[in-house]
Write a protein that binds this ligand. Structure first.
Ligand code: IPE
Ligand code: IPE
Ligand code: MG
Length: 258
């Protein structure tokens, strides 16, 4: 089904046909609320995370059809190690399971898999899955699905600062030469453009250490919907809101007569 037909098929729930949609090139999502969803349904937190992983599959599929180029999802933060060991283990296991379960769907949809975060602190099975998924999909031309796993924005910035400081020590760079381009080049995925739209589910009004550098001019959209309840219609609501934003980047409206 073409995405226009698909959009129309969704229009009965929310009227998206009235306004033209601007599809963001890069969407980032803080997939929050798995625990609250589980509690609401009298289920274990593990089952909440499992349901959340299914939604990641659905939203990846939807973003591919819409023509989004990059989808970055926050799957495990550097602070999530503070959770009980059993929950951390579930999240590690789900990471491995997700790629095995959806390998053929991701291949069929030409989805390229990329990662950002500190791989070295992760269990061997996670590191292996990460490396295999990256290597096997590196030639794919469709949507780039980027998993922020064991990721922290501060950690990423510190790592970049260390890299630049080292270049200065080796005299391949002078401290005063360091500009935004040098800094961006030292981040995890320098070729990926900054996110246009950042969605956070479950209503929290914070970044929780996600994409601190990259989100400087990103448009935010927060919903009370818990991540396991997030669907294509909610995604379209976010895109519709984004389409109406005036991104000024500190300047004034292009056609402003005032
Ligand atoms: C998000 O859901 C998933 C991860 C942080 C890995 P939570 O587990 O944070 O869900 P809540 O916030 O407790 O509802
Ligand atoms: C952010 O959610 C991290 C992920 C979604 C992976 P958290 O649930 O960890 O964030 P806080 O603790 O509410 O800020
Ligand atoms: Mg949470």
């Amino acid at each position: 089904m073409s995405w226009i037909k698909w959009l129309k098929s969704k229009a009965h729930k929310t009227d998206f046909s009235q306004s033209a949609l601007t599809i963001p090139e890069h969407i980032a999502i803080i997939m929050d609320g798995n625990g609250r969803w589980a509690k609401k349904h009298h289920l274990s937190r593990s089952l909440g995370h499992r349901e959340g992983a299914e939604r990641l599959h659905d939203i990846t599929d939807a973003c591919g059809r819409l023509g989004v180029r990059y989808l970055t999802v926050y799957t495990f933060s550097t602070e999530n190690w503070k959770r009980p060991a059993a929950e951390v283990q579930t999240l590690m296991d789900l990471f491995v399971e997700f790629f095995h379960k959806y390998d053929s769907m991701l291949r069929q949809n030409d989805v390229r898999l990329r990662f950002m975060g500190d791989k070295t602190a992760l269990p061997a099975s996670v590191q292996q899955t990460w490396e295999e998924a990256e290597a096997e999909s590196c030639h794919r031309q469709g949507l780039q699905l980027i998993l922020a796993f064991n990721y922290g924005g501060r950690q990423e910035i510190i790592k970049a600062a260390q890299h630049l400081a080292q270049a200065c020590c080796h005299q391949t760079l002078q401290p005063l030469q360091i500009d935004e381009q040098h800094f961006k080049a030292a981040l995890f995925l320098p070729d990926v453009p900054d996110p246009d739209l950042l969605i956070r589910t479950s209503g929290e009004l914070r970044l929780s250490n996600f994409l601190l550098w990259q989100a400087a001019y990103t448009e935010f959209w927060i919903t009370d919907t818990l991540w396991p309840d997030f669907d294509e219609t909610t995604l379209l609501e976010a895109i519709q809101a984004y389409s109406q934003r005036d991104r000024r980047y500190g300047a004034i409206e292009t056609n402003s007569s005032r």
